[in-house]
Write a protein that binds this ligand. Structure first.
Ligand code: SAM
Ligand code: SF4
Length: 321
């Protein structure tokens, strides 16, 4: 599919739940987000019916996210159902990792290959502070489970907050030991903390990395992720990269739509503009109507919003990142 600006849209991020077992300060308020009613949440059959149409229209890549996707009962079944769609080339999952010791083998057996883990600190106290309800030991057990189960690549998402978790050295050390792709992500002010002073711009992150180690360029891994350049310490099994949605936004090459758990297609992470697809799914699936809604999304998808948007309509934890 091409949008009205000629951008190829071939990627859908599906937020399967707004619930989460953590409350990361950069993502959710302490009390969580207002919970959706059970009947408002798309059933797996509905998600799959929509994705079958979307894949028919040119979507090749899907990521499951949340909230915490492993909190959604039966998530392994959804993985199987999506992987059954002919033409879907790539399915991945973003998780906080804490439930991976239990889920990793089942996800692997269902056919999932790629996992991203949100790991905002390698210091136990900072991790507990940032996630409010999490323990670093649990998250590291999840990371180990992902690697031991054979997921590859395993990417780590690190949202960097100035003065909180902006010491990047422990992550560089981790890449010396483990085959992980660490992605330092600029804090997006869409988060509940709001304030801009937490944002560490990509240029500064780059300088910090260069001051810590002599890095060499690494090959860009499979997939068309938002990180442009990957680096590694010579000989290290892991890599580092920077994702800069705020200061070097990638709107001109944006390739994605987001499906929120309550059945709204979100056209841009930063904008409240959404299209409700439930009327095309209930009471029965209307494939023609779904195609029309996708076409509408292509016409309506905004050009670029990060600099101007102030009304996001939802918390990050409900959009799915
Ligand atoms: N619970 C899963 C997790 O934590 O990875 C999936 C959902 S979470 C909303 C998806 C990703 O959004 C996180 O990994 C984190 O990197 C990113 N994220 C959340 N809040 C953010 C913020 N304010 N700025 C930048 N990235 C953010
Ligand atoms: Fe939950 Fe992920 Fe948001 Fe943290 S970043 S609160 S783990 S949804």
């Amino acid at each position: 599919m091409q949008d009205r600006l000629g951008r190829t849209i071939d990627y859908v991020r599906i937020s399967v739940t707004d619930r989460c077992n953590l409350r990361c300060r950069y993502c959710m308020p302490e009390e969580g987000v207002p919970m959706l009613q059970h009947e408002d949440i798309l059933r797996f059959e509905e998600i799959t019916a929509f994705m079958r149409v979307a894949v028919g229209q040119g979507i090749v890549k899907v990521r499951l996210t949340g909230g915490e996707p492993l909190n959604r009962p039966g998530i392994v079944n959804l993985v199987r159902m999506l992987l059954d769609i002919p033409g879907l080339k790539d399915l991945s999952l973003t998780t906080n990792g804490t439930l991976l010791p239990q889920f990793a083998p089942h996800l692997k057996a269902a056919g999932l290959k790629r996992i991203n883990i949100g790991l905002p600190s390698l210091d136990p106290a900072t991790y507990a502070y940032l996630t409010r309800l999490g323990s670093l030991d649990q998250a590291l057990a999840g990371l180990k489970a992902a690697i031991d189960t054979g997921f590859s690549p395993v990417k780590l998402n690190v949202v960097v907050l100035r003065g909180v978790n902006d010491d990047l050295a422990p992550y560089l050390d981790l890449t010396r030991r483990l085959p992980v792709e660490v992605r330092f992500i600029e804090y997006m002010t869409i988060g509940p903390l709001g304030e801009d002073h937490y944002l560490v711009p990509a240029a500064e992150l780059r300088r910090k990395l260069e001051a810590l180690a002599a890095l060499e360029p690494a090959e860009k891994p499979q997939g068309n992720g938002p990180a442009q350049q990957y680096f590694r310490i010579p000989g290290a099994p892991g890599t580092v990269a920077i994702i800069a949605p705020m200061t070097e936004h990638f709107c001109p090459t944006c390739n994605r739509l987001r499906l929120v758990a309550d059945g709204h297609l979100r056209l841009c992470l930063f904008g409240a503009d959404e299209i409700d697809i439930k009327p095309a799914l209930r009471p029965t699936v209307d494939e023609e109507a779904l195609r029309r809604l996708l076409e509408q999304a292509m016409q309506q998808k905004p050009e670029c919003m990060p600099d101007t948007a102030r009304d996001y309509g939802r918390a990050m934890g409900s959009i799915g990142g």
